[in-house]
Design a protein. Structure first.
Length: 293
């Protein structure tokens, strides 16, 4: 029987690439989107590559919307999906002190509370079947915290911890939980993040926000998110999926540096990279050469 996989946030970026990759590989994909217009666009894109994707409307920060969406999914399937890919997410940038309570709550609600709420809704049926998969899209930021992305990193570190606990809890029922940890890919998350930057004029970190604006203009050169989608496919096809999949050489490099270098060294490198510290002139010249200026 064809296995049903729900992909949340399938209207763009990694979620869209994943929905199309899984549908092309023969999975029965239900992609979620926040509006009917985005849902229709997803169905059209799937049709253009000769694959079918069904859609359900879902705002993951809204508990009622989530219950309605997964009740609908249960009606469309045999009581619930075989797998869920918790992909819907956003990145709230800004210095820790510049992000207000409401923005913090939205960040944690979207990236951490929502995947747990969805797990609660799908686990009972998976347990009955003694089979099921939950794949949570985290980030290398879940392992390597960065200045000016503190709340995003906190949400992904929380997601990693929650996924680790869940993986052990549900394993005896035949349910597998994996975390995907991508590096940087060219999606809308960066432009959307720019729009969420705190008011620059009122911040003690105005200079760093100005550099962030400049840096994020270069994101068009980032690679397509297809490798992340292929990794999700690999995890779903594996008989024994790995607990974690790091995706991209940048992600592997950052994790290795974080694990091997002393904290003073990683703090220095991250502070230079984000404009909090100025490197000595010879290091600055070397960095300029590396950036190809
Ligand atoms: N791009 C990267 O380099 C990167 C790296 C590591 C991890 N990630 C993770 O990958 C996931 C996808 O991000 P992306 O890079 O593909 O960004 P994206 O292009 O901005 O896509 C985000 C998706 O999540 C959906 N979404 C956001 N808030 C939602 C909500 N409250 N309810 C339902 N859907 C919501 C968006 O829907 P709308 O279109 O309606 O806004 C969109 O479909 C995120 O969890 C992100 O943290 C991305």
């Amino acid at each position: 029987m064809t296995k049903t996989v729900v992909v949340t946030g399938a209207s763009s970026g990694i979620g869209l690439a994943t929905a199309l990759e899984l549908a092309s590989a023969g999975f029965d994909v239900i992609g979620t989107a926040r509006t009917e217009e985005k849902a229709r666009s997803l169905r059209d894109k799937a049709e253009r590559i000769g694959a079918g994707v069904r859609t359900v409307l879902l705002d993951v920060t809204d508990a009622t919307s989530t219950v309605c969406a997964f009740t609908h999914v249960a009606e469309l399937t045999d009581g619930g999906p075989w797998a869920v890919v918790n992909n819907a997410g956003m990145a709230q940038p800004g210095a820790v002190e510049d992000v207000d309570d409401e923005q913090v709550r939205r960040q944690l609600e979207t990236n951490l509370v929502a995947p747990a709420r969805i797990a609660r809704l799908v686990l009972p049926r998976m347990r009955q079947r003694r089979s099921g998969r939950i794949i949570n899209i985290s980030s290398v930021s879940g392992r390597v915290p960065l200045p000016f992305l503190g709340w995003y990193c906190a949400s992904k570190q929380g997601l990693a911890a929650m996924s680790d606990a869940l993986r052990m809890e549900v394993a005896p029922f035949g349910i597998r939980v994996s975390l995907i940890e991508p590096g940087s890919y060219g999606t809308q998350i960066w432009e959307r993040g720019l729009e969420l930057l705190p008011e620059r004029q009122q911040s003690a970190y105005q200079d760093q926000y100005d550099s962030a604006h400049e840096m994020l203009r270069g994101v068009k050169d980032m690679p397509s998110p297809r490798p992340v989608a292929k990794t999700v496919l690999r995890a779903l096809r594996a008989r024994r999926p790995q607990p974690r999949y790091l995706v991209g050489n940048d992600a592997r490099g950052h994790v290795l540096f974080e694990a091997l270098a002393p904290t003073a060294a990683t703090d220095w490198a991250k502070s230079v990279a984000t404009g909090l510290r100025t490197p000595p002139p010879h290091v600055a010249r070397m960095l300029e050469r590396l950036r190809g200026r």
